[in-house]
Design a protein. Structure first.
Lengths: 152, 199
């Protein structure tokens, strides 16, 4: 016989956990019966569970969306705050875009969306914003390189 | 999209299910699976007793799905089905709560020790740790006394504690399925009440 004192807290936890795990081996009928024994309606309980799970997913999705919107707004505001020297005429703006892309080919490969790559079709009124976007990307890339992040 | 700062357990981002995939999997959960999830969450919360810290089955279910959606416990959809994943998260979350409750109980142990290391005299009450041990002692004795009066229930409880499954218990101890189910039903209904001081 062991002289080791009994660990009642652990024993109690083991008993309760063993009973909890037994849930996974019960038949569907036993589960429904147990719920009815507690005076509950299995149909209502199942709906309640589904509602809890769905509502949590929805609130997570909304929270992630709000976070993404905030991050986007922060980036846009940062871009607005930074002042870039952008030429006035559309032709000069297109030349500048060509020049930036020629000296930063990785932007075309990796960072720009397919839509943006076809910048020649961009209307004149969108050129200024696109130039600012490109300049921000180049600046961000330079910062990352200076900080020692791996550059692909 | 920035995921949770906590590291996702062993699931590469590209293999983790998105929240839309989680929602689709949720839609396909059967009525029976929903009931089993509720019973399991209920039992796991019940096993925490006072350590549940006001967490109920609904909160545990909600926490499991939140951890899944936010990447804290991503669902590795190619290696486990959604129901199995949720069961795993509920088990892990409730174990975490149990450990947290135990830690909260022990941190005050030093409060009842004098500088010389002896228990402070005339302590007005037991420390939280001593009280928990005392309550657990009483609960275990109540359970052993009541379950001990039903041989089959006792055998089932001990076998479950040893990690045996239903089929093995039925085979090993030569009891019928009906006997097993009836006694397990009694155990599941009675033991939580005994734990809380009922009879």
């Amino acid at each position: 016989m062991s002289d080791k004192p009994r660990d009642y807290e652990q024993e109690l936890a083991d008993i309760m956990n063993a009973l909890a795990e037994s849930t996974l081996e019960m038949s569907d009928e036993e589960i429904a019966l147990e719920i009815r024994d507690e005076g509950l309606d299995p149909q209502g309980v199942a709906m309640h569970v589904r509602d809890i799970l769905k509502n949590t997913v929805k609130s997570c999705q909304q929270r992630l969306l709000i976070e993404a919107e905030l991050q986007y707004e922060e980036k846009i505001n940062a871009m607005k705050v930074t002042s870039y020297a952008v030429p006035e005429s559309p032709s000069a703006q297109r030349d500048l875009i060509n020049s930036i892309l020629a000296s930063n080919p990785q932007l075309v490969r990796g960072l720009l969306t397919a839509q943006s790559r076809d910048f020649n079709s961009l209307p004149d009124e969108d050129l200024r914003a696109f130039v600012i976007q490109l300049m921000s990307l180049v600046e961000a890339r330079d910062v990352i390189s200076e900080e020692g992040a791996p550059e692909k | 999209m920035k995921r949770s700062q906590k590291s996702s357990r062993r699931v590469p981002d590209e293999e983790a299910a998105s929240s839309n995939e989680v929602m689709a999997a949720l839609e396909s959960l059967s009525h029976e699976e929903c009931l089993r999830l509720e019973r399991y969450a209920q039992s796991r919360v019940g096993s925490l007793g006072r350590g549940s810290m006001s967490c109920d089955a609904s909160a545990l279910l909600s926490e499991a799905i939140r951890a899944t959606c936010e990447g804290e416990r991503s669902w590795h959809k190619t290696s486990v089905d959604f129901f199995g994943h949720l069961i795993g998260v509920i088990r892990s979350k409730s174990s975490h709560l149990h450990k947290k409750a135990a830690a909260n109980k022990t941190y005050l142990e030093s409060d009842v020790m004098s500088e010389a290391g002896s228990p402070v005299e005339n302590s007005p009450s037991q420390s939280p740790n001593q009280e928990a041990t005392f309550l657990a002692n009483e609960a275990v004795e109540r359970i052993e006394r009541a379950v001990g009066e039903r041989l089959v229930a006792w055998v089932i409880m001990e076998a479950l504690r040893d990690g045996m499954n239903r089929a093995d218990i039925i085979k090993e101890f030569q009891i019928s399925e009906t006997e097993y189910d009836t006694n397990l039903r009694w155990l599941r209904r009675t033991v939580p009440k005994l734990r809380e001081g009922g009879s």
